[in-house]
Design a protein around this ligand. Structure first.
Ligand code: TYD
Length: 135
């Protein structure tokens, strides 16, 4: 449920020349990364998302700027504001998500546990609620 979708502090390698955060399979991310994508040039008033996944896990990072994720497990909702590249939101399977309030120039980086397949999506909210109730 939404309480299991934690904000994870990512490691930071500080140097005088700037910071670096490294995520590596089997080392410091709880799933193997099979796909990376990122959202950018998102209009400020855009609302994205509006779907759930059966199996997919994701780490979401505000690589630049800020935005808000609204998570919903069919019973409870929570809003998560992301605004720093050393924090990741871990989205577990079976969570309806929407995204909003993208700041100008923001980059939403997503690390995903599976290749893209439309079969893993639930895009209908009633179907999502039914899935959460009855499996
Ligand atoms: P979608 O996941 O619905 O976007 P968002 O949740 O960010 O609003 O994806 C938008 C479109 O892009 C949809 O037609 C599917 C396609 N898509 C891919 O082809 N590959 C991918 O890895 C992703 C994430 C989306």
């Amino acid at each position: 449920n939404v309480d299991d979708c934690d904000i994870v502090e990512l490691p930071i390698a500080h140097t005088e020349k700037g910071n670096m955060t490294v995520l590596e399979n089997k080392l410091n991310i709880p799933f193997n990364i099979r796909r990376i994508y990122y959202l950018y040039d998102v209009p400020m008033n855009a609302e994205r998302g509006g779907h759930s996944h059966y199996e997919l896990q994701q780490y979401v990072v505000a690589a630049s700027g800020s935005f808000t994720f609204v998570l919903d497990d069919g019973t409870n909702k929570k809003e998560v504001f992301l605004n720093h590249p050393n924090k990741a939101l871990h989205i577990k399977p079976g969570i309806w998500r929407e995204m909003k309030d993208f700041s100008s120039g923001s980059i939403c980086l997503v690390l995903a546990s599976m290749e893209y397949t439309e079969d893993d999506y639930i895009r209908d909210y009633e179907q999502f609620l039914n899935y959460r109730k009855n499996g």
